[in-house]
Design a protein around this ligand. Structure first.
Ligand code: BEZ
Length: 219
């Protein structure tokens, strides 16, 4: 599939949004941004998702993360639909901008096209794509969900917490990790280095191979 993926730099496109025109890198400002697309305004699952994004805005703000939505509807449609989204989400305000991409150029460049969903007149639609952009405008994580499956906000926050933890320490987060759980030490760090990097200590799982690669610590 064409377009960006993990490790790529997001192109510095100029975008038209509900908060005016800007260049993507200017918006990212060398920080963290969640850039997410939805198939269309005034559709049921999308209304629940954008309402949940509004409700979670404070969680994202605490982590220094900006939000940026995107669909192929125009600005007038976004602004009209936002009233429904806010009403449905119990009055949580949509304070994040939503990009309008009626020409379908941005969804192609950002790898957000749904291969199956089309408008009644055959135009392409975005999938429920989500890129977490880290400092330096780089894609750190991508989700690609079909129109039929709404995303899980807690999983987005959890993945973000994992990315930010890994960016700060030479660690990775194991299956079903949650904040305050133990993390694992990267295989690129040998035991001598690990003793210096993690003075709090680490435990090595005793596995049949005796290779000592599964090491847990608390950071
Ligand atoms: C929805 O948001 O419910 C939806 C949008 C496009 C296709 C299918 C479902």
């Amino acid at each position: 599939m064409p377009g960006i993926t993990i490790g790529d730099t997001v192109p510095n496109l100029e975008v038209e949004t509900t908060h005016g025109k800007f260049k993507l890198h200017h918006y990212f400002a060398n920080g963290w941004t969640i850039l997410f697309s939805h198939p269309g305004d005034f559709t049921p699952v999308c209304t629940t998702e954008l309402g949940a994004m509004a409700a979670y805005t404070e969680e994202f703000k605490k982590r220094g993360v900006k939000l940026l939505g995107l669909s192929c509807d125009d600005i007038a449609s976004h602004n009209e639909w936002i009233k429904d989204v806010e009403a449905y989400s119990g009055g949580h305000k949509v304070t994040y901008p939503i990009i309008a991409d009626p020409k379908r150029e941005i969804i192609k460049q950002l790898n957000m096209v749904d291969p199956d969903e089309k408008t009644p007149n055959g135009q392409q639609l975005p999938s429920r794509a989500l890129h977490i952009i880290g400092p330096n405008n780089m894609v750190k994580l991508s989700f690609l969900y079909p129109a039929s499956t709404g995303r899980n906000m807690d999983e987005i926050v959890r993945a973000l917490d994992s990315l930010q933890k890994a960016a700060k320490h030479k660690v990775a987060t194991p299956v079903n990790w949650k904040p305050n759980d133990k993390v694992v030490i990267s295989p690129s760090v040998n035991d001598d280095e690990a003793k210096k990097m993690f003075p709090q200590g680490f435990e090595t799982a005793d596995l049949p191979s005796k290779k000592g690669y599964l090491r847990f610590t608390q950071v």
